[in-house]
Design a protein around this ligand. Structure first.
Ligand code: NAP
Length: 486
């Protein structure tokens, strides 16, 4: 654990991923230097620290997966891999002197708003306590790994891995490997594992929509051009605009939708010759309801003679492998669970108590919700980054993140500028904004299937229903009438 220089801060940021870094940099720009980043992992990166499985890549073009204020001239490919993104994060942190303001390898276990002082009291797993006027949760929605609920999982005597907790130095060469899960992560893992495994069984519950990933290497000329401020900025803007147009593909009857569906079907036909395998891989839910997968090597990996797509449901695990409903036992040396995240309780493991001791877990009993995904009524001076209903299914999460940071910093500045103790969103404003979002989602493509975007009760908790630019407009400026100060 890194040393904690003080016990009292103006701002404590939970998480050293993209959101935590962005928040820290913008605090510095706003002249708020008194902050600390607390991170449970031993390094910088957040999801990019956790997701170090073979083949891990960003699934939006890297120029749009950089901050608008920190273009990166060093991307080696259009779709950067996890280590490259982690290096970008590390470099940013160092440029802004952030490592000295981080407490790594430490988890916040409890956060309690003290109404007398208007400050957050935070307990750490080390037993220490900290206090801060403002508490920012920069954990995002994809940080609690979800294991599959398969009977006998604990009985498996082979190696059991989760994609989001990939240990360093694991080599599966020459092994009989199984992968459960065929989402964005599974589709990245499978091609990488298929190259070295002696046999690969991919357990698919739901076939997904896959589009080609039109990757390309960035050469010296690209890097030279990207280093020119005007060109880097233009490239960023162009990618953000083009990706946001993808939102049109989620509306029934649009030309964009017909084009995307046609491209996905063509991709499947072109890459999979075997009609039975093609049929097994054909999606049966409307495009966009789950996250679209971008891959040009997933289907070819499944077509290898050493690969098998298993579509019969899993009934149980035994000491030696997976048993499917047809009675087959699939013997494995390693089982990889690419089974995603628990997004319905994004801060599970951290007890957060606001005004009157109200627990966030209780406020979120029917699913997480927050005003613009940022502020929760009765939780003063508390801000979420990449919170509920802020993600889109079509573009970079960073486009939502930057306005959230601006929003939270503006709220902090208001409290500081007016000499107040706290700011909190009014319940009526939060309810009205939530109702408008849920109303749009109720008739959207995301209401047509089960996914990590929804709770078991059917509430869509992850998705912002519109264009990213609409969210940016809504979140960047603070509507003073939505907040109250004390
Ligand atoms: P996911 O989309 O939730 O996929 C989980 C997979 O596991 C699904 O195929 C699911 O099947 C399957 N599964 C879960 N429990 C199962 C069980 N008991 N038996 C059989 N199958 C089971 O998770 P993910 O692939 O990790 O992706 C989550 C999100 O992370 C993505 O949507 C994306 O936003 C993000 N991500 C981003 C990148 C990037 O490059 N930026 C890369 C990877 C992930 P069902 O569909 O039937 O439920």
């Amino acid at each position: 654990m890194s040393a904690i220089p003080n016990k009292e801060y103006e701002v404590i940021i939970l998480g050293a991923g993209m959101s935590g870094l962005c928040m820290a940099i913008q605090l510095q720009r706003a002249g708020i230097q008194d902050f600390l980043i607390v991170e449970k992992s031993s390094g910088i990166g957040g999801t990019w620290w956790d997701n170090r499985y073979p083949g891990a890549q960003v699934d939006v073009p890297a120029p749009a997966y950089s901050f608008s204020f920190a273009p990166n001239a060093d991307w080696t490919h259009r779709f950067a891999d996890a280590p490259e993104i982690q290096r970008y994060q590390q470099r940013l942190a160092e440029q802004h002197g952030l490592p000295a303001r981080m407490c790594l390898g430490t988890a916040i276990t409890e956060a309690r708003f003290d109404e007398g002082s208007g400050r957050w009291q935070l307990s750490l797993d080390s037993g220490e306590t900290l206090s801060a006027r403002f508490f920012v949760c920069s954990t995002g929605q994809l940080n609690i790994a979800r294991w599959p609920d398969i009977p006998g999982l604990a009985d498996f005597r082979g190696q059991l891995l989760h994609s989001a907790r990939w240990p360093q130095g694991v080599d599966l060469t020459g092994q009989r490997v199984g992968v459960i899960g065929t989402g964005s992560t599974g589709a990245q893992l499978v091609p990488a594992l298929a190259k070295t495994a002696i046999s690969l069984k991919v357990f698919q519950r739901t076939p997904n929509w896959v589009l080609p990933r039109v990757d390309r290497r960035y050469g010296r000329l690209d890097r030279l051009l990207m280093g020119l401020p005007g060109y880097g900025r233009l490239t960023y803007k162009a990618w953000c605009w083009a990706l946001d147009q993808g939102r049109n593909g989620f509306e029934e009857g649009t030309l964009a939708r017909r084009a995307v569906v046609g491209a996905a079907r063509w991709h499947l036909r072109r890459q999979v010759a075997d009609p039975a395998l093609r049929e097994a891989l054909a999606p049966r839910y409307p495009l966009g309801c789950k996250r679209i997968i971008y891959s040009s090597d997933y289907y070819p990996a499944l077509c290898r003679p050493t690969s098998e797509l298993v579509t019969t449901g899993i009934t149980q695990m035994t000491a030696s492998g997976v048993v499917t409903a047809d009675g087959r036992e699939h013997e494995l040396d390693t089982l990889v669970c690419a089974t995603g995240y628990d997004t319905t309780q994004p801060l599970k493991g951290l007890s957060v108590a606001g005004q009157g001791g109200r627990l966030l877990a209780d406020a979120w009993a029917a699913g997480p919700r927050a005003y613009l995904g940022i502020s929760v009524p009765e939780f003063p001076n508390f801000f979420l980054m990449l919170g509920p209903n802020t993600l889109t299914g079509h573009t970079s999460a960073l486009l939502s993140l930057e306005p959230q940071v601006a929003h939270a910093v503006a709220c902090m500045q208001r409290v500081r500028g007016e000499g107040r103790q706290w700011i909190t969103v009014k319940a009526a404003a939060a309810q009205a904004q939530d109702a408008a979002v849920q109303q749009r989602l109720a008739t959207s493509v995301w209401s047509h299937c089960n996914s990590w975007y929804r709770t078991e009760g059917g509430r869509i908790v992850a998705i912002w229903p519109g264009f990213a630019r609409d969210y940016e407009r809504a979140a960047r400026r603070v509507d003073d009438s939505a907040y109250e100060l004390g």
